[in-house]
Ligand binder design. Structure first.
Ligand SMILES: Nc1nc2c(c(=O)[nH]1)N[C@H]1C(S)=C(S)[C@@H](COP(=O)(O)O)O[C@H]1N2
Ligand SMILES: [Mo]
Length: 210
């Protein structure tokens, strides 16, 4: 409770008690928010909340999922059909088998989503800098990364030199010792240090040396 001060003439105090369109509008907005919240709290699907993808302790491979493979339309990536194409001075294409046969490295790095969760994981894959060097990229090259996802704000991402050539930056094939699940970007996804989750591109199919 606010202390009541005798003789207070602050006009804002009066305005608050006056019924008017502003207060009515606020009340309506509060009502709308409450209705939305109630709708969420009492959904019959409440029981499945424990498995909700954004819960930091859940999701396949003990890592939350922001956008699922189904939502991105890439849930059926065939290992046989997959290709990684790398453009640059010496362009090349790799099958998944060839990618997996390159030197594999490990990084322990988090996914830090702007939606408010962060979770560290153990990643295994090919160093971005190795892939770029193989394409004849100079050591200061940047890279554009493209996902198999057809639409979506995070389909294409660019990475500056300091990330592209960081030895921790991987085109990851494994998460916590297992091949990536579709939701985590099977068969290959970016993991790089000190970048927001939105730039950790999943379902990577193309690298372009810039
Ligand atoms: N292609 C693609 N990659 C993406 C996204 C996406 O929508 N499409 N979402 C990003 C976001 S917002 C986050 S937080 C991370 C989450 O990775 P995870 O689902 O493996 O935990 O993936 C990123 N990579
Ligand atoms: Mo995110």
């Amino acid at each position: 409770m606010e202390p009541r001060v005798a003789g207070n003439t602050d006009p804002s105090r009066d305005r608050r008690t006056r019924p008017g369109s502003l207060l009515t509008g606020v009340a309506a907005a509060v009502g709308a928010v409450t209705l939305t919240t109630v709708g969420q709290s009492f959904t019959p699907l409440k029981a499945f909340d424990l498995l909700a993808p954004r819960h930091p302790d859940h999701g396949p491979q003990a890592l939350p999922v922001n956008r699922t493979a189904a939502a991105a339309g890439v849930s059926q990536v065939s290992a046989a059909a997959y290709r990684l194409t790398v453009s640059g001075p010496n362009p090349y294409t790799l099958t998944l088998e060839e990618l997996a046969a390159l030197a594999q490295h490990e990084s322990v790095l988090p996914i830090a989503c702007v939606e408010g969760w962060s979770k560290s994981a153990h990643w295994t894959g090919v160093r971005m800098t190795d892939l770029l060097r193989r394409a004849g990229a100079p050591p200061d090259a940047r890279v554009r990364v493209t996902s198999l996802e057809r639409y979506g704000a995070y389909r294409v991402m660019e990475m500056g030199r300091e990330y592209a050539h960081d030895p921790l930056t991987l085109l990851a094939l494994k998460l916590n010792g297992q091949p990536l699940t579709p939701d985590h970007g099977y068969p290959a996804r970016i993991i790089a240090p000190n970048r927001p989750g939105v730039l950790q591109t999943k379902w990577v199919t193309r690298l372009e040396v810039l």
